[in-house]
Design a protein around this ligand. Structure first.
Ligand SMILES: N[C@@H](CCC(=O)N[C@@H](CS)C(=O)NCC(=O)O)C(=O)O
Length: 219
């Protein structure tokens, strides 16, 4: 076993990479990043001082940042599902959607969630309101983008869908997708039905009490 993923099952960015690994049935070992795993946390901080999970170890090589990890897997451990299209133009569209889900869905979602974890006196109400506004704008843009598309960038499941799945999963819990954005809601349901992401969601079920806004009784 050469691949080891430092991760926690409830983390959205870890679920992004887990979805990619499960898509291709890529064998890997998991190093659990949890409060009672001090040695793993220490190793992780040494390998990646910025301490953002997930992190992949391939032998002595360290790979960080979820999109780069998925690109790395596609390059060095390709499976039946090519998550980055071979065609450079199609790959650009996939990378664009990946950036949109990370920057304009995950980032504002995380902002709202982490704000709620703070003591009331330390909360940033202005920032949280701005984040909600950004999610509304992203939902509106995505609703148009997804019209007539099965997956984010077209017919094939890709890196962009690995990014979208946990982003929309938690964003809807945080700031519900309005009924008027039917394409986004339907796409989120398709992602939840995809075996790779469904597995990541199931593995994270025991940790739902961690969600500071209260995990809704669905999904
Ligand atoms: N840009 C990074 C973001 C990773 C990230 O934000 N991970 C979160 C978990 S979902 C984390 O490690 N949070 C720990 C912290 O904020 O201290 C990526 O794509 O991997």
């Amino acid at each position: 076993m050469t691949l080891e993923l430092y991760a926690h099952p409830f983390s959205s960015y870890c679920q992004k990479v887990l979805t990619a690994l499960y898509e291709n049935g890529t064998p890997f070992g998991q190093r659990m990043l949890a409060p009672d795993e001090a040695k793993t946390a220490e190793e992780f901080a040494t390998l990646w001082p910025l301490k953002r999970m997930p992190l992949l170890r391939d032998g002595k090589r360290t790979v960080v940042e979820s999109s780069i990890i998925i690109e790395y897997l596609d390059l060095h451990y390709p499976g039946p599902a090519r998550l980055i299209p071979a065609d450079p133009g199609a790959a650009l569209e996939v990378r664009l959607l990946d950036r949109v889900f990370d920057n304009y869905v995950q980032t504002p979602m995380q902002k709202i969630v982490t704000d709620r974890l703070r003591a009331e006196a330390d909360r940033d109400g202005f920032g949280a309101t701005e984040a909600r506004r950004m999610l509304d704008t992203a939902y509106a843009w995505l609703d148009q983008q997804l019209a007539g598309r099965r997956w984010a960038a077209g017919d094939a499941f890709s890196l962009a869908d690995c990014a979208a799945a946990p982003a929309l999963f938690y964003a809807d819990w945080t700031h519900p997708i309005p009924a008027s954005r039917a394409n986004v809601t339907a796409y989120r349901q398709r992602l939840l039905a995809r075996a790779s992401f469904a597995r990541a969601v199931d593995e994270a079920r025991p940790y739902r009490s961690y969600f500071p806004l209260g995990a809704p009784d669905r999904d």
